[in-house]
Design a protein around this ligand. Structure first.
Ligand code: RP5
Length: 162
């Protein structure tokens, strides 16, 4: 069985429709991952345990999505040296700007690679994780190149009315 190198974690079940976009990209690229609900506020012990064991379990990248007072990505970054890619989940009250600001303004020493708000950010988090793994995985690098080529080929040269 392939080693799990990517963890997709999220603050709530309600984040899954967004975070699924990252999972879909990783499925397309043949990258094995695990998914967990890990809330900075509701399950802090779970966050601690996940961060404490992440490197030893062989994780190479953690994609962390949360909304509102989105402390999960930053707290995870403080607990593990495994690179954390943060996804600001769109919120109803403040459209995800709250999530973005909560995730992006990390203090020096504990970086979170922060993506765009919402579905595009989650998809890009999947691509970012794949890109990181592809540095030392030529087969994945070839699949990622092919994915990018196919995306470029799908863009029409001229706009149409319909
Ligand atoms: C955050 O609070 C979660 O990441 C989620 O985006 C937000 C709302 O959570 P629920 O109240 O929907 O569980 O912790």
């Amino acid at each position: 069985m392939a080693e799990i190198k990517v963890g997709i974690i999220m603050g709530s079940q309600s984040d899954w429709p967004t975070m699924k976009e990252a999972a879909t990209i990783l499925d397309e690229l043949g990258v094995v991952y695990e998914t967990r609900i890990v809330s900075a506020h509701r399950t802090p012990d779970r966050l601690w345990d996940y961060g404490k064991t992440a490197a030893d379990r062989g994780l190479h990248v953690i994609i962390a999505g949360a909304g509102g007072a989105a402390h999960l990505p930053g707290m995870m970054a403080s607990k593990t040296r495994v690179p954390v890619v943060g996804v600001p989940v769109q919120t109803r009250a403040l459209s995800g700007v709250d999530s973005l600001y909560s995730i992006v303004q990390m203090p020096k020493g504990f970086p979170v690679a922060t993506m765009a708000i919402g579905a595009a950010g989650a998809a890009n988090a999947g691509l970012m994780a794949a890109g990181i793994l592809a540095v030392s995985d030529p087969a994945l690098a070839a699949r990622l190149d092919a994915w990018r080529t196919a995306l470029a080929a799908s863009i029409p040269e001229e706009p149409t009315d319909d």
